[in-house]
Design a protein around this ligand. Structure first.
Ligand code: NAD
Length: 259
């Protein structure tokens, strides 16, 4: 029999840390988890007034740890205490031919998109195991399954986080803690908008050509994925009924990786 999920919401009584939740996919997922009753801990960079408004909106707390810094991650995980749901979502992109790829950008992308998730996970797992329940959701990407040129660091980090997720799913399989990836195609967020100028330069294209011939060209639906659609999938993965869903890589990419 499934355990009761509480009187006031599917995720009542659950504490959720969503990294990179001041914007885009993480923000939409924090909102979705909050709607289901979870206590939300926001993390990310951004304008203090905007973040204060988000905290008020979701009755959330905020920890502004810079996830490029493992020591800051350790402090954050100590300060926030035990969590039930961990969404490793913060991420960054840089678009450049490999021979020109700035080495500091490579290091930062691997640190944020991959290594930060290792640190939050290793520090969150003991309390999840003790509670006999936990959900780890890693925002990977269609680029965890396939590649596009000029994104060497990003593609490497996303393929790696998919492997990391499978590994911890196996390690935690008998503990009540699941670990899955969500792999979006192109979602209209600041991360995508920010890479358009570099892609224009790298490929010699106009803005419209980048949107239609590079980005949406990949997605058979010809539509950008909506951040709220990812939030809804994350809520599903947190349900009791998803207790046997672990080690999976969930594409939400308009059919991109079906081709
Ligand atoms: P976004 O730029 O809107 O959000 C990124 C978040 O990460 C922000 O909250 C930002 O403040 C935070 N962040 C950045 N650097 C940080 C740092 N050093 N420390 C802490 N937080 C930091 O981007 P998004 O599109 O919502 O991306 C979220 C995740 O989704 C990323 O992992 C990205 O790779 C992945 N993704 C995005 C798309 C897309 O099309 N937008 C597609 C596939 C995967």
């Amino acid at each position: 029999m499934l355990k009761s999920e509480g009187p006031t919401g599917l995720l009542s009584g659950k504490r959720a840390l969503v990294t990179g939740s001041t914007s885009g996919i993480g923000l939409a997922t924090a909102r979705a988890l909050h709607t289901e009753g979870a206590e939300i801990i926001l993390n990310g960079l951004g304008d203090a007034d905007k973040i204060a408004a988000l905290c008020e909106e979701m009755d959330a707390t905020f920890n502004g740890a810079n996830l490029l810094d493992p020591a800051a991650i350790e402090t954050m995980m100590t300060d926030i205490g035990p969590i039930d749901i961990l969404m490793n979502n913060a991420g960054m992109q840089h678009v450049s031919p490999v021979e020109d790829f700035p080495t500091d950008k490579w290091d930062a992308i691997i640190a944020l998109n991959l290594t930060a998730a290792f640190h939050t996970t290793r520090l969150a797992v003991p309390a999840m195991k003790e509670a006999g329940w936990g959900r780890i959701i890693n925002t990977a990407s269609a680029h965890s399954l396939t590649a596009s040129p000029f994104k060497s660091a990003y593609n490497a980090s996303k393929h790696a986080i998919a492997g990391f997720t499978k590994t911890i799913a196996l390690e935690l399989a008998q503990t009540g803690v699941t670990a899955n990836c969500i792999s979006p195609g192109y979602v209209w967020t600041p991360l995508i908008e920010g890479q358009i100028p570099d892609t224009m330069a790298a490929r010699g294209l106009t803005r419209d050509e980048v949107i239609n011939d590079v980005l949406l060209a990949k997605q058979p639906t010809k539509k950008f994925v909506q951040p709220a659609e990812i939030g809804a999938l994350a809520v599903f993965l947190c349900r009791q009924e998803a207790g046997n869903v672990t080690g999976a890589n969930w594409s939400i990419d308009g059919g991109w990786t079906a081709e």
